[in-house]
Each structure stands twice: as structure tokens, then as C-alpha cells.
Design a protein around this ligand. Structure first.
Ligand code: NAP
Length: 303
């Protein structure tokens, strides 16, 4: 059973966790900081980010360095601004945790016209990773951990004609599509890194089911029913374990995907996930998604 106590000493490591002001991202940032990493809490709201940093310092005492930075993943311009500011402060990045996420919001578009969930959960992290790649390359063994979900198994592909709300909104389908894109991205990034002989590891994690602000758009009575169905609903610190394992365990390999070891991977402790669908591993779909994302963001990964 792997827990936070198993995280190795991270002194000298530089980490960024997106959406780290609350939930699983908060617990991920906190655990990395406690083990000595220099952590940037990347969040879209400055007040929430500052409150999270203060809470971590109060609860954890001394750790590494703790910074906050504004990052709105619904805006490609803001992602670039974040990356430029980060590069002005840090010369390498050891751990990037693509954690931020939004689930079943009312229909809306990002600044660049993507359906909000696809835009934030996938496109935003694609762009962020592309911008930060030079710093990941400057680290001895950088890691990119991207959060996906069991929901990624709910769709069989990506509807490229519906990534900008072209069709009637189906909130759960759009969430599942964004999380499928995240796992495809992880595997495709791994393939490209290996082909270019880069030492960076690309890994995926899913938390299982944890009670967080992610469920903010689910009405109370429906949420109660859902949580009863899952039986075990974890606290955010436990939901952070698969991410922390992927980000820090010495024995991981690029292209691995971690989730909890309980029934249907809803809860418990991190192991290799058994969630696998043909779409997740389809290389043609992965190439199509990668080319779509490059062209839609105007960004290329320079390995
Ligand atoms: N909780 C679960 O059971 C579960 C299950 C499967 C997968 N996941 C995945 O785990 C990750 C973390 O989720 P969580 O449960 O910790 O949810 P959460 O508590 O709602 O945290 C999500 C974080 O993402 C941030 N975020 C949302 N939109 C953003 C944007 N446009 N730009 C930057 N940040 C943005 C939120 O910021 P604000 O606080 O400002 O809104 C928040 O910090 C997500 O990727 C989610 O899909 C969670």
C-alpha cells in the first residue's frame, strides 16, 4: 500500500500543479511541498491561490519554496503569459501536474472558442505543456502527469465536429471526451518523447472518486445518489495519491497510467490502472488529436 509517507525527498525539485487552490490539486501541491519540492500553485483566482498557499504553510510548516501564479486554462493568451513569467523565474521544471479540471458546467466556450471542458481539461494543458517543454527538458528527468478519469471510458472516440459546441450540449459526453483526450495526450506525448530519445516521462493518473469542488454543478440530491452508488467516496488527500505516485515514485515508466486499487477503481491506493479502451490506445486517433491541437493552438512541441 503506497501512501504519502512513501514519497521520496524532493528537495531541489521544481513542480507546477495546475488547479492547486483546492481539491486534489491542493493536496498534490501540499504533499510535494512537504517533501521539499519548490511548488508553484497555478490557479485562475489570485485570492484563492493565496489562501491555499497560506493554508499549506499553516498546516505543513517548513517545506520547499511555495509560489502562487495566475493561470486561466480557458485562455491561450493567459497560458502563454503564465509560462513566460514562470520561465523568467525558473530554469528547469521537474514535475508538471496537469490537474485542473471542470466538470459538467453550463454550456460555455473558452476565450478561444472551445467547449469549456475540452478547452480547459485538454487544450489548455496541451498548450501549457508545449510552452513548458524547454524547462522540462532542462531537468534531469522531467515528468508530466496528466489527470484523466474513469469517465474517459464512456465515449468511444473524439467527435472533431463538436469541439466548439457545434452540436446540442451533452454535458457528460463533453466531460468524457475531454478526459479521453487527456489520456490519449499522455500516451501520444510518451510515444513522441521516446521517439525523440527525451528523458521526460509522460504519465496519467485518475483519482477514483473523491469529494471535491468538481461536483459543484451536480444538484445536491443527484450528488447524494451518485455518492451512495459509489459507496466509498474518498477525501481529496487520498484522491491525490495516484497523481503523487506518478509524479514521484522512482520505479514508474513513461506511458503508465495509475489509479486506485479498489473495486472498479473508485477508491484506495495507487496501482497501474486497468481502464483501457480501444480509443485510448488508437495511434491514428492520437495523431489526429495531436495535429488538431497543434493547429488549434498554433503550438508545436520542440523535442
Ligand atoms: N474528484 C473526483 O472524483 C475526480 C474523479 C475523476 C477525475 N478527477 C479529475 O481530477 C482533477 C482535479 O479535480 P478535483 O476533483 O480536485 O476538482 P476541484 O476541487 O473542482 O478542483 C479543480 C481545480 O481546477 C481549477 N480550474 C477550473 N477551471 C479552470 C480554468 N479555466 N483555469 C485554471 N484552473 C481551473 C479549479 O479552480 P477554481 O477553484 O477557481 O474553480 C480548481 O482549482 C480534474 O482534472 C478532474 O477531472 C476528479
Amino acid at each position: 500500500m503506497w501512501t504519502r509517507d512513501n514519497i521520496p525527498d524532493l528537495t531541489g525539485k521544481i513542480a507546477v500543479v495546475t488547479g492547486a487552490n483546492t481539491g486534489i490539486g491542493y493536496e498534490t501541491a501540499k504533499a510535494l511541498y512537504e517533501k521539499g519540492a519548490d511548488v508553484t500553485i497555478a490557479a485562475r483566482n489570485e485570492r484563492k491561490a493565496a489562501a491555499a498557499a497560506q493554508k499549506i504553510r499553516q498546516e505543513s510548516g517548513d517545506g520547499g519554496r511555495l509560489d502562487i501564479a495566475i493561470l486561466d486554462l480557458a485562455s491561450l493568451d493567459q497560458i502563454e503569459t503564465f509560462a513566460e513569467q514562470f520561465k523568467a523565474t525558473y530554469k528547469q521544471l521537474d514535475i508538471l501536474v496537469n490537474n485542473a479540471g471542470v466538470m459538467i458546467p453550463p454550456p460555455s466556450l473558452t476565450d478561444d472558442g472551445f467547449e469549456m471542458q475540452f478547452g480547459v481539461n485538454f487544450i489548455g494543458h496541451f498548450a501549457l505543456t508545449a510552452h513548458l517543454l524547454p524547462l522540462l527538458l532542462a531537468a534531469p528527468a522531467g515528468r508530466v502527469v496528466t489527470l484523466t478519469s474513469g469517465a474517459a471510458t464512456l465515449v468511444t472516440g473524439i467527435d472533431f465536429d463538436n469541439l466548439r459546441l457545434e452540436k446540442p450540449y451533452d454535458e457528460w459526453r463533453e466531460y468524457a471526451t475531454s478526459k479521453l483526450a487527456d489520456i490519449i495526450f499522455t500516451y501520444e506525448l510518451d510515444r513522441r518523447l521516446k521517439a525523440a530519445d527525451c528523458p521526460i516521462l509522460s504519465l496519467a493518473a485518475h483519482p477514483g472518486v473523491a469529494r471535491t469542488d468538481l461536483q459543484r454543478h451536480i444538484p445536491g440530491e443527484i450528488l447524494t445518489g451518485l455518492f451512495n452508488h459509489y459507496k466509498t467516496v474518498m477525501e481529496p488527500w487520498q484522491g491525490a495519491l495516484p497523481s503523487l505516485f506518478a509524479a514521484t515514485a522512482p520505479a514508474v515508466m513513461g506511458g503508465e497510467f495509475y489509479g486506485p486499487d479498489g473495486e472498479q477503481e473508485y477508491a484506495r491506493y495507487p496501482v497501474l490502472s486497468k481502464h483501457s479502451t480501444p480509443a485510448m490506445k488508437n495511434p491514428e486517433l492520437a495523431t489526429q488529436l495531436w495535429e488538431y491541437a497543434q493547429s488549434a493552438t498554433g503550438l508545436k512541441f520542440q523535442f
